[in-house]
Unconditional design. Structure first.
Length: 75
């Protein structure tokens, strides 16, 4: 796993993060890991953009499956 070093954080920021970690019953390291993991996830807009790209790539050029099923049932 990678490691990250963040320099020159304001003392008030560190104290606020420690307080947040304490409220969440975690160590400062665990709290920072949770914050960074959450921040790295795509937001809704990015998620839907990725989903649309996948959907457009996976569209079939063949006949619609619902039409094929309907034709089969009609026989």
């Amino acid at each position: 796993m990678a490691q990250v070093l963040v320099r020159q954080l304001d003392d008030r920021v560190v104290e606020a993060l420690k307080a947040r970690a304490h409220r969440n019953h975690r160590s400062l390291e665990e709290e920072l890991r949770a914050i960074l993991t959450s921040a790295a996830k795509p937001d809704r807009a990015e998620f839907w953009k990725i989903a649309d790209e996948i959907r457009s790539r996976s569209r079939s050029t063949g006949p619609d499956s619902a039409e094929l099923i309907r034709e089969d049932r009609d026989r």
